[in-house]
Design a binder for this molecule. Structure first.
Ligand SMILES: *[C@@H]1O[C@H](CO)[C@@H](O)[C@H](O)[C@H]1NC(C)=O
Ligand SMILES: *[C@@H]1O[C@H](CO)[C@@H](O)[C@H](O)[C@H]1NC(C)=O
Ligand SMILES: *[C@@H]1O[C@H](CO)[C@@H](O)[C@H](O)[C@H]1NC(C)=O
Ligand SMILES: *[C@@H]1O[C@H](CO)[C@@H](O)[C@H](O)[C@H]1NC(C)=O
Length: 891
């Protein structure tokens, strides 16, 4: 509650001070409103630098402005910085003629007392107040003697959050005069590698930005610099006013080859998680829309516009309904309906005719929306694997029906029962935003302000896009028990496409060598577990470019996240719990020097610590708090072994183990690259496995002895309407039309009815169909620049006992017991490889003793397996001839 009036109080004190004519030394900090006009004419701001260092999304920004008083009397100079609402100020210093006055973070109440004391002695203050949509303003004014220099240096930090696939850093630029040295520099260091980097300025076209702007990125580093000359700053060639007025935005993203990334420095770790390539979970949306009289005019028009646009983006598996509330509640349909083309058409008609009038019965509107979702679930009207959300839009406070905030919150909490999130959109400023925010937070959602502006419809759509694509629900991030302390939030109801889950914590043992993190979640079709093995040595290597990053950034990132989450929880707590949360957040704010709603920055005269002037406060409303989500999964890690086994690996070498004989048979198939061979086909279980042959890289020096391998495997289960394509770059899983893609850099387990699939990062993949069918695919990676060879796959059947006797294919035909006899072992030209006579399937063959390798345990050094080699593409061993097994494509 203090947040709202505290800055005002400072202003009030300032005005009374100005009136009382108290002495003004050694310097005076003033609120902006008491600044005289035209101050800039005699104060020359000769340098403004914004220097940003971003390491792993954590931004540390320093704004430095230097000015000199060229007038013949003392003047006031004001220093304004607009900073993101989500940022915490961490330092502020003033330097006047070489003397630095440092800033200290104090508890608000303590700061206030000191401030009042300072005021009574005629020395005063500055403030931070909410300003734009995304920004809040830090303002300080100081009296500067004739010819004196002043330097302001403000530092703030924030964790950049990923929205719609990008991190954005907003820097407000508004020098108000031409500045000789104006410069923005940003150095970005991302251990995952930067995938895109851009910079935009709202106040200038890209053409004009041209020579003033440089941006580049390569590997882990990115750099942006904006350095307009005096002439480039002019609003016209002969003008003396500045063109620079608006947002300078730096936009980037990191490589997503791997779904997760963990970094550890000095015993603190941060875990980023953002999987790609998963199908969207269908969602059931109750749109609860305020159509009371106050929405009349542009607001209702913009709402209709936005809803029409949102309807265009609805997917056919989604369900929806509209609940309109004013004095009473109107519904579009009696229950949620699927987003079929016909229903969407009808919905559009309904939306176009939405009209406003009457009072605001917010409670009944919300309760209706919630009960519809509950009912749809109970009556199984919606898909089992779907997720529900309530989106409520209102522009005012409840004024009819249940009007008590706490009662409405209680009703909503009880009705939702933690089952799905509530998102509250507050339209305009004529409402109690804290109420909406608390209610959303109590129900795993968040609140957003929709600013009454020409783009309100776009704001609404923008919000919807963020929650339109849940990829996982019930996300839980798990670490080894007893190894981790002080974990930030680790369960989320949703993971939305384009966002990112960030969890930070502390290691119990700073010197541990490795640890494992599991992220479990429910996908659209299956349950997934992503496993991240963290090897400290590798992590250290990734962070080696130390000079590019700022020291203990992970610890600060952890503190930032922890404070942010404590403050959020606090909004929603009472009594002792609230006190406890407050105490924890305050401790951390003081320890890490963050200006939060619980602390203030105080600028101290260096020679006298008691003589202090209050400065930076953070206003209350959290503004753009961010999203994301929650819930879970189960996995079955399947592992072999079971005899007998069958496999094909290398230059396709087929190995058939015959346990009765404790021996093996092997053969090669030589075919042109591109050929697809049928390995397994079982009409009873509906399982088929095909493999596509690849050759060495083009330009191989001697093409006669060109080697071939399997480069792609296609596994089909017709009963499950499921296909898996395993290539050397990625693995794609189709459930009907729904597609999930995984990288060989993932360690992930996918489970669904009848299927368990585990990818072990860069090593192998284990696929089981229920009990009794398990395949392993081994990835062979060669040196990327190898002149001849390329990556290939090995395929192993480690359990086939549930496959039918009708199973066929180059491997499948051997799943049934068969016998062979070897006789007349005799020396051949190679003494280590004797020949012999084999009788098998009524054929008499000449075979040669040889060996092949089994790479299941280690793809680099296989285990030798001795076998009898059948010549000529398995002629006489396999049914028919090998060309009978050629099929047109993988599936
Ligand atoms: C604040 O900034 C000043 C000037 O750069 C620096 O000397 C001081 O160490 C900083 N304080 C903190 C707590 O970082
Ligand atoms: C103020 O700074 C300017 C520019 O750096 C310098 O030329 C001048 O001497 C300084 N004045 C004082 C009083 O320090
Ligand atoms: C605050 O909460 C922490 C963690 O739950 C607990 O250890 C501590 O005792 C609590 N302190 C108070 C004053 O309730
Ligand atoms: C495979 O063997 C190589 C060589 O001994 C070894 O460096 C590597 O760690 C082994 N890989 C596994 C997964 O055991």
């Amino acid at each position: 509650m203090a947040s709202a009036w505290w800055p005002c109080l400072i202003l009030a004190l300032l005005s009374s001070l100005a009136a009382s004519g108290l002495p003004r030394s050694p310097f005076r900090l003033l609120g902006k409103r008491s600044l005289p006009e035209g101050v800039a004419n005699s104060i020359e701001v000769y340098s403004t630098k914004i220097s940003c260092k971003v390491t792993s999304r954590f931004a540390h920004n320093v704004v430095t402005t230097r000015a000199v008083n060229r007038a013949d009397t003392a003047k006031e100079v004001s220093f304004d910085v607009e900073l993101p609402k989500t940022a915490f100020i961490t330092n502020f210093t003033l330097t006047i003629d070489g003397v630095t006055y440092p800033g200290n973070v104090k508890e608000r109440e303590v700061a206030r007392k000191q401030y009042e004391k300072a005021v009574s002695q005629g020395k005063t203050a500055g403030l931070v107040k909410a300003s734009g949509r995304k920004l809040e303003k830090f303002t300080v004014s100081v009296n500067v003697a004739v010819g004196s220099n002043v330097t302001f240096e403000l530092t703030y930090e924030e964790l950049l959050k990923r929205h719609k696939g990008k991190y954005k850093m907003y820097l407000k630029v508004q020098p108000k005069q031409l500045v000789k040295h104006f410069e923005i520099t940003a150095d970005i260091f991302e251990p995952q590698g930067i995938s895109m980097l851009d910079a935009e300025a709202s106040f200038i076209t890209n053409d004009l930005l041209g020579s003033a702007l440089t941006k580049s990125f390569s590997g882990k580093k990115g750099h942006v610099s904006f350095k307009p000359s005096l002439d480039q700053q002019r609003s016209c060639p002969t003008c003396t006013d500045s063109l620079l007025d608006g947002d300078f935005t730096i936009i980037y993203d990191v490589n997503r080859e791997s779904p997760a990334n963990v970094q550890v420095v000095n015993g603190y770790f941060v875990h980023f998680f953002a999987p790609q390539g998963l199908p969207v979970v269908p969602k059931n949306v109750a749109f609860v829309i305020d159509v009371s009289g106050s929405m009349a005019g542009r607001k209702i028009e913009q709402t209709r516009d936005a809803l029409l646009k949102i309807l265009e983006d609805m997917k056919k598996d989604d369900y929806l309904n509209f609940i309109l509330f004013s004095g009473d509640v109107t519904i579009w349909k009696d229950h949620l309906v699927q987003a079929t083309p016909e229903n969407l058409q009808e919905a559009r008609e309904f939306v176009k005719n939405i009209d406003e009038n009457g009072m605001t019965n917010l409670n009944d509107g919300l309760m209706m929306g919630i009960s519809m979702l509950n009912q749809a679930r109970e009556e199984h009207r919606i898909p089992e694997r779907s997720t529900s959300i309530v989106i409520m839009l209102t522009d005012g406070d409840a004024n009819i029906g249940e009007r008590r905030f706490e009662k409405i919150q209680e009703n909503v909490r009880n009705a939702i029962g933690g089952k799905f999130p509530l998102y509250n959109l507050g339209f305009g400023t004529n409402l109690n935003y804290n109420f909406l925010e608390t209610m959303a937070l109590q129900n795993h959602g968040f609140a957003r302000r929709i600013y009454e502006d020409s783009d309100a419809n776009l704001q609404l759509q923008g919000f919807y896009e963020e929650v339109a694509n849940p990829l996982l629900t019930g996300v839980e991030v798990e670490y080894p028990e007893n190894a981790i302390l002080d974990l930030t939030q680790n369960n989320y109801q949703h993971f939305y496409d384009g966002s990112e889950i960030v969890v930070a914590g502390r290691l119990v043992d700073k010197d541990m060598n490795s640890f494992k993190a599991d992220v479990k979640g429910h996908g659209a079709i299956n349950d997934l577990t992503f496993t991240e093995e963290v090897d400290m040595k590798e992590v250290e290597k990734a962070l080696q470019e130390r000079d590019y990053i700022f020291g203990n950034y992970i610890e600060r990132l952890w503190a930032y996240l922890t404070i942010e989450q404590l403050l959020e929880k606090r909004k929603n707590a009472y009594g002792e719990e609230k006190e406890n949360l407050t105490a924890q957040a305050l401790d951390l704010s003081l320890k890490y020097h963050f200006v939060t709603p619980l602390t203030s920055m105080v600028v101290t005269k260096p020679e006298d610590n008691e003589d202090q002037m209050a400065i930076a406060d953070k206003p209350g409303e959290g503004g753009d708090r961010d999203s994301v989500l929650s819930s879970f999964a189960s996995t079955a890690s399947s592992q072999q072994p079971s005899t007998p086994y069958y496999y094909v690996d290398g230059d396709p070498h087929f190995i058939i183990h015959v346990p009765e004989k404790d021996d093996a048979i092997c053969f090669n198939i030589d075919e042109e690259p591109g050929t697809v061979l049928r390995l397994i086909q079982d009409p009873v279980t509906g399982l088929t496995v095909n493999g596509q042959v690849i050759g060495d890289k083009k330009g191989s020096p001697d093409s006669k002895t060109i080697k071939t391998y399997f480069g792609k495997l296609g596994v089909t289960n017709t009963q499950m309407d499921l296909r898996i394509e395993v290539a050397t770059e990625k693995i794609t899983l189709w459930n009907g039309a729904a597609q999930s893609t995984f990288s060989w850099l993932d360690t992930v387990t996918v489970t669904q009815d009848g299927l368990s699939m585990t990818i072990n990062r860069k090593k192998n993949m284990v696929v089981s169909f229920g009990d009794g069918v398990t395949f392993v695919v081994v990835l062979h990676q060669v040196w990327k620049k190898h002149p001849v060879h390329q990556d290939f796959l090995g395929f192993y059947v480690v359990d086939s006992h549930r496959m039918s006797v009708q199973t066929h294919g180059l491997l499948g035909q051997f799943f049934h017991p068969f016998d062979f006899k070897v006789s007349n072992i005799r020396p051949s030209s190679d003494p280590t490889k004797p020949d012999a006579t084999m009788v098998v399937k009524n054929h008499q063959l000449t075979v040669t003793r040889g060996s092949q390798k089994d790479y299941r345990k280690n793809a680099t050094i296989g285990t030798k397996v001795a076998c009898w080699f059948i010549h000529n593409n398995g002629e006489g061993l396999i049914d028919g001839v090998h060309t009978d097994y050629i099929v047109p494509d993988l599936f």
